[in-house]
Design a protein around this ligand. Structure first.
Ligand code: AMP
Length: 417
């Protein structure tokens, strides 16, 4: 038997109901904040991710599903959505009418990571991106939208972790300092971090391995290196968060796994999911639009890990799975032919209908209707056809009613209306 690919998963009913609840709530909530849905493709040119996420990140170095396309272009299944949204913003000149654009996207992402609980090779993200505003108030509005979204889903026990990653003005000095400190400790670092140290020492702060974490435990903080503009931006973010009562923790180790971030970086963590505790992450990427060939436009966004969010939501609301309103139990060929037509017409008229064409005994059909949680069973056999009356039985009260067969669909609709 052919099985699922490792790290991939099927999302099955009734869990799908929770996914739809999570996604629809995001749509409704985000649209109130002025966001519109964008649906970029899942396949892009590899160069897009190399240039945006960064050559020396784990994602680009070892986690992308890449293959050759036509005419020597390399193609990659998207590992994240921001790069695609930025590409679309530039390619379709979405900034032309108004540089301020707000988009959200919902869909699957692909990373060849080591599969474990809460970490999959195809996972799903709900993203929101804002272009054209560098004000710290938009950072705070975005975090507010995110946290109130979680509240709407009744997900609690979340904390906001906040940092500033500075800008191309102030980050090089920090990078230099960190690099100097870590070069004395290469013996303590993992192989990957020794390599990262040369290309991108900030990545070492992101390593989850114990020896590397110890090696950076007394590392200098980016916050001490912020330039005047970045410092006042970060202060304003904190003041505005205080003003709308969103608690947060400053976490100078928070660098996020992607290179394009500048200034505000944040992560939403939970205590309930074990090692994979980040439910969402985001930050500013003020230089990315220009870096990818667009106009100079500041931007900020976040990505929610929908798989992890669904786990948190699932523990709180059981997926509602309503049974059929009408279960058609036909007996005999003539009855089945009628039932087939009624089932189609009733479903089309908006009544949840299930018909059983197995030809089994009435007792077996009633048992199945009961198992499915049917509200009513409509019984029709040769005798009913002769008398031109089908029997509608309420499964809860056991009441029975005869319905005229020549007006059956209308009668059911009146009965249920
Ligand atoms: P990132 O795009 O790496 O900033 O991740 C944003 C969010 O996506 C994380 O906080 C996770 O909730 C989720 N996420 C990232 N990678 C995975 C994965 N492999 N499996 C499940 N969720 C993931």
């Amino acid at each position: 038997m052919i099985q699922l690919v490792r790290g991939f998963k099927d999302i099955l009913p009734p869990e799908t109901a929770v996914w739809r609840h999570v996604e629809n709530t995001a749509r409704e909530h985000f649209e109130k904040f002025g966001f519109r849905e964008m649906r970029p493709p899942v396949l892009e040119q590899t160069a897009l991710f190399q240039r945006s996420i960064g050559e020396h990140t784990d994602i680009v170095e070892k986690e992308m599903y890449t293959f050759a396309g036509s005419r020597d272009t390399m193609l990659t299944l998207r590992p994240e959505a921001t790069a695609s949204v930025v590409r679309a913003y530039i390619q379709h000149k979405l900034y032309a009418a108004d540089p301020v654009c707000k988009f959200y996207t919902i869909g699957p992402m692909f990373r060849r990571e080591r599969p474990q609980k809460g970490r999959y090779r195809q996972f799903h993200q709900i993203n929101a991106e804002v272009f054209g505003i560098d004000s710290p108030y938009i950072d705070v509005q975005l975090i507010f939208m995110l946290m109130t979204y979680f509240s709407r889903l009744s997900v609690t026990g979340l904390s906001v972790h906040l940092n500033s990653l500075g800008c191309p003005e102030c980050r090089p000095a920090y990078r230099q300092k960190l690099s100097e400190m870590l070069s004395d400790r290469t013996g303590d670092l993992c192989e990957d971090c020794v390599r990262r140290l040369e290309k991108n020492p900030l990545r070492v702060l992101d390593c989850k391995k114990e020896p590397c974490r110890n090696a950076v435990s007394d590392a200098p903080s980016m916050l001490d290196f912020l330039c005047g503009d970045c410092r006042s931006h970060f202060r304003a973010v904190q003041a505005a968060l205080d003003a709308i009562d969103i608690p947060y923790e400053i976490d100078p180790r928070l660098v996020r796994g992607l290179d394009y971030y500048t200034r505000t970086a944040f992560e939403i963590q939970t205590e309930e999911l074990g090692a994979q505790n980040a439910v969402a992450g985001g930050g500013r990427y003020d230089n990315l639009v220009e870096m990818l060939g667009g106009p100079s436009q500041p931007a900020i966004g976040f990505a929610i890990g929908a798989d992890r969010l669904v786990e948190l939501v699932e523990t709180k609301i059981p997926a509602p799975e309503p049974g059929p309103v009408i279960f058609l139990a036909p007996m005999g060929e003539a009855a089945m032919e009628l039932a087939a037509k009624w089932a189609c017409l009733l479903s089309d008229a908006g009544v949840r209908t299930e018909a059983d064409f197995s030809g089994r005994s009435l007792k077996a059909l009633m048992r199945r209707a009961d198992r499915l949680g049917a509200e009513n069973v409509l019984i029709v056999g040769d005798r009913e056809i002769e008398q031109n009356e089908a029997i509608l039985r309420n499964m809860k009260t056991r009441d029975q009613k005869s319905l005229p067969m020549d007006r059956l669909v209308e009668s059911v609709l009146e009965h249920e209306g």
